[in-house]
Design a protein around this ligand. Structure first.
Ligand SMILES: [Ca+2]
Length: 101
């Protein structure tokens, strides 16, 4: 392998590693199919919407471990755009808003 191709290879490796690095510490992005499957699985009483406990089950496991009850309430409140106290599938799959700092 020449120096030039070695440089090209390491530049490519750096390029491929960058997005993985940027994803660290964030919940993984899920496809609509995955969101759908997670929603159905989390909806324990099959009423088509998630209460707070059900919504926690809907979240990625690594994220569940990171949040306490207070934070969960904040997220549910933020997600519950029509303020009916439950998270509908549309609300659950809407892009996550950044909480105001
Ligand atoms: Ca439910």
């Amino acid at each position: 392998m020449t120096i030039k191709s070695l440089l090209a290879a390491s530049a490519l490796a750096a390029l491929m590693a960058a997005p993985a690095l940027a994803q660290q510490g964030r919940p993984p992005q899920r496809t609509p199919e995955e969101v759908n499957a997670a929603f159905t699985k989390a909806d324990a009483n099959k009423d088509g919407k998630l209460d707070k406990a059900e919504y926690k089950a809907f979240l990625p496991e690594q994220f569940q471990a990171m949040i306490d009850d207070e934070r969960l309430t904040q997220i549910v409140t933020m997600r519950d755009t029509d303020k009916d106290g439950f998270i509908s599938k549309a609300e659950a799959s809407a892009p996550m808003q950044r909480p105001p700092q």
